[in-house]
Design a protein around this ligand. Structure first.
Ligand SMILES: Cc1cc2nc3c(=O)[nH]c(=O)nc-3n(C[C@H](O)[C@H](O)[C@H](O)COP(=O)(O)O)c2cc1C
Length: 174
């Protein structure tokens, strides 16, 4: 684990890891990553999320039915939003579940990076296949897969990692 790294350096160093060693993620690392999920903020603290830890050989073997972006991982997290228990904005009925689940995913992705576990956030999956493979209840919508593992020796950031739109396009000071 990297000690004492400041947050901005961590955010700058993290990249989507798409090549992993064969080693499944160790339990103590998984525990830290899941703790980062549990402390994540959610609207009204309703915590309308559910994470499935895909680590049994049976669960991992189903990933290719759901997505081509599994990168041969041995461990993955499936993050779902609970569509019934999320906060609802009174003005227009917009619900917070997808945002909440995304914050949970971001917390886990960054904690993983902090302790040397590589990850890639995957949205390119077949929702119906995910539902069926992992027997999701109707009120849970899969939001993200976080594929995890220890970076392979030849793991490298993709060229996209360092493509940034200019700050002037992204930020407006009023
Ligand atoms: C919401 C979201 C969905 C993503 N979906 C995928 C995906 O399905 N497959 C994939 O390989 N990468 C996916 N990524 C990773 C992005 O491509 C990656 O974060 C981006 O290109 C920047 O690269 P970096 O993470 O290395 O900095 C996703 C990232 C986010 C935030």
């Amino acid at each position: 684990m990297s000690e004492g790294i400041d947050f901005l350096s961590l955010a700058q160093q993290r990249y989507s890891v798409r090549r992993f060693t064969e080693e499944p993620v160790r339990q103590e690392d998984l525990d830290r990553i899941l703790t980062a999920a549990i402390v994540a903020p959610t609207a009204c603290n309703l915590q309308p999320w559910h994470v499935y830890v895909l680590q049994s050989p049976e669960a991992v073997a189903k990933l290719p039915d759901c997505t081509r972006c599994h990168f041969g991982c041995r461990t993955a997290l499936l993050i779902c939003q609970n569509q019934e228990s999320s906060w609802e904005r009174p003005y227009d009925g917009k619900r917070s579940g997808e945002v909440d689940a995304s914050i949970v995913t971001t917390h886990m992705m960054l904690e993983a990076a902090a302790i040397g576990v590589g990850s890639t956030w995957v949205m390119h999956f077949r929702p119906e296949a995910v539902r069926e493979c992992y027997q999701l209840p109707d009120h849970e919508e899969p939001v993200a897969l976080l594929v995890l593992g220890y970076p392979a020796k030849d793991a490298q950031p993709s060229p996209r990692h360092s493509e940034f739109r200019p700050e002037t396009e992204l930020v407006t000071v009023l």
